[in-house]
Design a protein around this ligand. Structure first.
Ligand SMILES: [Zn+2]
Length: 428
């Protein structure tokens, strides 16, 4: 149980002027009344647990919310919270009115132990959004690794103490610099600097790979730096070399500059019909009119309209895969037209069967099957230039200074399950 409203402590009775026993009794009765009143207004809380193949919609319905209320909650929340990927077992709390037990008056979502999102019904029966963030500890932690005989990269990363949630991300950054299948050798060295966020020192909240370096028998020393823009959802947020070269050399760019996923790829519950369906792409939230880019060079094979997809465009690429862009407000290219990578091909819209302005983006493989677009490595740009490059240089200075401070720290041993020593300093 958690309380949303704190009762103001009244002055202790002893400090008040002497009251008659009747007045004291009346005062106590008044307190009991207001406490009862307070309790009567508290919502009845029910846990809404995500089950296999559940979307948020299905999860809300499982505790008795009707279609209208569920959609209202999802739409209010989608502006601020990314709910495209739910974990089985994840639990939301829904509060119901004590008098009208079918009416939801509270919704609570813990993004992590320190970040709570609330929706509360106000007196005008509208949802009001509130976020509660607890103070967290942020530190820079440095992990030194050496490839050992018979050890693969993932095991090596775990052995040197990289937190479990970061192993995949760290491996992804390193794999951009080194082909581990062909070029990695026993004795190769690497260094990782993480910015780690923890709650009450122990609970993992999140991490970023600020820096990675690799040096080996067949690979000359190379470094990677994290570049971040003010918008945490900017598609330019990625790892680059000191000269601003993007680490990922795939030709694919993002279809939007800002990536707020509202629905992922795969089986889900349709937000409108409530029926189970296969979602053959990714939904990115975007305001009507936002530029949509071609993710690679190609030829427009469809530029048309239908009742479900709305205005849509399909582009065929050199490898015979096709990219799809649905629900567009405007289409800017014609059938048969050649398009360049990152050419603006249309504008985000809300046409066809769509519950709000968004881009549905899909990739069809040459064999005709849909793939999860997020499993393709995409980049915003192959090279940062101008103001972005200058900003990267500034961020590299900060990262280098964090590296120096961390390098100078005493190594501390960590964890009970792994034997590793790590250097870290608090980030200010
Ligand atoms: Zn979609």
């Amino acid at each position: 149980m958690f309380l949303l409203f704190s009762c103001k402590q009244e002055e202790a009775i002893e400090k008040q002027p002497k009251l008659s026993p009747e007045a004291q009794l009346a005062k106590i009765q008044h307190r009991i009344d207001s406490l009862e009143n307070f309790i009567a207004k508290q919502p009845i809380l029910k846990p809404a647990r995500v089950e296999a193949n559940y979307g948020l919609f299905q999860t809300l319905q499982s505790v008795g919310l009707d279609l209208k209320q569920s959609l209202k909650i999802i739409n209010t929340l989608a502006d601020t919270v990314e709910l495209g990927t739910l974990r089985v077992g994840q639990t939301f709390w829904v509060g119901f009115d004590q008098q009208d037990t079918s009416k939801a008056t509270l919704f609570r979502y813990a993004e992590n132990p320190a970040t709570l999102h609330f929706l509360m019904m106000d007196s005008a029966d509208e949802w009001a959004y509130k976020i509660i963030e607890q103070p967290v500890n942020v530190r820079y932690a440095m992990y030194d690794g050496v490839l050992k005989e018979g050890g693969n990269l993932y095991n090596t990363l775990r052995d040197i103490g990289i937190p479990q949630n970061m192993v995949g991300v760290v491996a992804g950054v390193l794999e951009c610099r080194v082909s581990f299948r062909t070029d990695a050798r026993v004795g190769d060295k690497f260094k990782i600097l993480l910015k780690e966020t923890r709650f009450q020192d122990t609970m993992w909240i999140g991490g970023q790979v600020l820096y990675a370096s690799y040096e080996g028998a067949r690979v000359k020393r190379s470094e990677a730096f994290l570049y971040l823009e003010a918008d945490p959802k900017s598609s330019f947020n990625a790892h680059y070399t000191e000269d601003g070269e993007a680490l990922i050399h795939s030709g694919l760019r993002y279809p939007l500059d800002r990536l707020h996923v509202t629905s992922g790829f795969g089986n889900r519950i349709h937000p409108i019909t409530g029926k189970k369906a296969f979602h053959n792409g990714v939904d990115y939230r975007g305001a009507v009119g936002t530029a949509v880019y071609a993710v690679a060079e190609g030829v427009v094979v469809q530029s048309s309209y239908d009742a479900i997809s709305g205005n849509f465009i399909a582009i065929k690429h050199a490898d015979n895969s096709q990219s799809y862009y649905l629900h567009l407000h405007q289409r800017g290219v014609k059938n048969g037209q050649r398009v360049k990578v990152r050419q603006v091909i249309g504008k985000v819209g809300n046409t066809g069967r769509s519950s709000g302005p968004h881009l549905h983006f899909g990739i069809k493989q040459p064999n005709g099957s849909w793939m999860d677009p997020r499993s393709k490595r995409m980049i915003a740009t192959p090279k940062l230039e101008g103001a972005k490059l200058a900003a990267l240089k500034e961020q590299i200075k900060i990262i280098r200074s964090a590296l120096e401070k961390t390098e100078a720290a005493e190594p501390k041993s960590i964890g009970d399950t792994i034997q590793a020593t790590v250097k870290w300093v608090e980030a200010k």
